[in-house]
Design a protein around this ligand. Structure first.
Ligand code: HEM
Length: 462
């Protein structure tokens, strides 16, 4: 027996686009519909049926790579240039080549070696806040974005954006925001309406050019000034695919660099911002995390080995990413090689190979069936190793799954832990507005909106 999938009625041509058009935070639009239609519902965008799911049990089935695989986001489907790792399809040879060359460069051993560069940028943040003092309020998300952009660029390409030396964000950041925002808007907007957005389209093209030019400049600069360094950029320029023996072409290297610069900083900046927001609204968790850092690190410079001691702070990061997954959704489809019937939760649904399956992580990770009635609360204790390691498979997937899981996870984790620790060690933070309530700002990722803090340097810190 096939169970019909519920969903709002759509209009001819427009499908369900009108429900989302102009929405500042489309993810909340999807979540609202889940509140109405339940853990599985359908909408139509640009003629494609999208099945939207939001329970941990369904996600547990979707992570089975024999049955399902990643479907790259619609936002990139019209892009005809070389695709970076994130936006390429599984069967795209460019994905295979880049995956094989880059995986070893981003593992835990490689990220360990990036610790000093990460600390270099983290110290720039500390210096800035120490000089500012508590009189100035700080837009936390902006400083974390400066930090994560500078960190990914320095660690992987030895390139310095020097964002802390400028009051304006680097033009690259504006261009990137614009591309992300417009790509997101286009993904739910019918093409003929997008075509009429003349000024947005011109700005989009200009922004894309800034991204491509910045990447090409970094490649050209490296070719002109080679460094004997085992970084990601050298791996891409000089590395050979172990399977085919081929080197990557420039256009593909540039696409990977843009991917790394975007994927490698937006999400981690959001993770740090959400973690501090939750800590600042939960003073006992804040004090516990700060005490853990004081006990583990003391007042001197932090070392790589210290990070492993920060069990509670690790749990805080996991819990923030559970409640506010900065990459908000996973996008899947039936694995074309699989010929099994599609059942979720013992019900058979008709799922076609043309359907997009969209997983709302913000909902699946707050599933009361896994996390209980207090699923929406910030409780880092439930994310300590023992409980975290025994969570069901679909319960916590902010980094995606399987062969298409996040390649930057060890990097992001080391960076976030280091920065959270160094910040707690050096400063007492408080919310500028103690009654701050979370509002989201969405590009493709989410961040807390207008999150201002004040920082006071603690006594006796080196
Ligand atoms: C893929 C999340 C940090 C680079 C992904 C995916 C998720 C994700 C959910 C899979 C998306 C899908 O299934 O469609 C995050 C989060 C981060 C983070 C939450 C930080 C908290 C980073 C960093 C880098 C990075 C620091 C680079 C150093 C990538 C790349 C992919 C990816 C290249 C595509 C991998 C592939 O498909 O081969 N990320 N990410 N991410 N991430 Fe991350």
């Amino acid at each position: 027996d096939v169970t019909p999938i519920p969903g709002p009625l759509g209009l001819p041509f427009l499908g369900n686009a009108l429900s989302f058009m102009g929405e500042e935070t489309p993810i909340l639009g999807f979540e609202r519909l889940a509140d109405i239609y339940g853990p599985i519902y359908q909408v139509v965008f640009k003629g494609t049926r999208t099945i939207v799911v939001s329970s941990a049990a369904i996600l547990e089935e979707l992570v089975d790579e024999k049955r399902f695989q990643k479907l790259p986001p619609l936002a990139f489907s019209n892009d005809t240039s070389a695709r970076g790792l994130f936006s390429a399809a599984n069967d795209d040879p460019d994905w295979g080549q880049a995956h094989r060359i880059l995986i070893p460069e981003m593992g835990p051993l490689s990220t360990d070696k990036m610790f000093d560069d990460m600390k270099d940028i983290a110290n720039q943040l500390v210096l800035k806040w120490a000089r500012k003092g508590p009189e100035d309020r700080i837009l936390l998300t902006d400083d974390f974005t400066r930090l994560t952009l500078d960190t990914i660029a320095l660690c992987t390409m030895k390139y310095r954006f020097n964002s802390f030396y400028s009051s304006e964000m680097h033009p690259y950041v504006d261009a990137m925001m614009n591309v992300l925002q417009e790509s997101g808007a286009r993904s739910t907007r019918p093409a003929f309406i997008s075509a009429l957005h003349f000024s947005e389209n011109a700005k989009f093209q200009e922004s894309e050019q800034i991204l491509k030019k910045t990447a090409q400049q970094i490649i050209d600069n490296r070719r002109a000034n080679p460094v004997d360094e085992k970084d990601l950029l050298n791996a891409m320029i000089y590395g050979k695919d172990p399977k085919t023996g081929l080197a990557m072409r420039d256009e593909l290297i540039a696409a990977q660099m843009t991917t790394f610069l975007i994927a490698g900083h937006e999400t981690t900046s959001g993770l740090l911002s959400f973690t501090f927001m939750y800590l600042l609204k939960n003073s006992s968790a804040y004090l516990k995390a700060q005490k853990e850092v004081d006990d583990a690190v003391g007042k001197g410079p932090i070392n790589l080995g210290d990070l492993k001691k920060l069990k509670y702070l690790t749990a805080c990061l996991r819990e923030a990413l559970r409640l506010s997954p900065t990459a908000t959704a996973l996008s899947k489809r039936i694995n074309p090689e699989s010929h099994q019937p599609f059942t979720f939760l013992n019900k058979t649904y008709q799922v076609e190979s043309t359907d997009r399956i969209f997983v709302l992580l913000g909902k699946s990770q707050r599933d009361p069936a896994v996390y209980g009635e207090d699923a929406a609360e910030f409780k880092p204790e439930r994310m300590l190793d023992e409980d975290f390691n025994t969570l069901p498979d679909g319960a916590w997937k902010p980094f995606g799954n399987g062969v298409r899981a996040c390649i930057g996870r060890p990097f992001a984790w080391q960076e976030a832990l280091l920065v959270a620790a160094i910040t707690l060690q050096h400063f007492d933070l408080r919310l500028d507005d103690p009654s701050y309530e979370l509002k989201l700002k969405q590009t493709l990722t989410i961040k807390p909106k207008d999150l201002y803090v004040r920082t006071t340097l603690r006594d006796g810190i080196d």
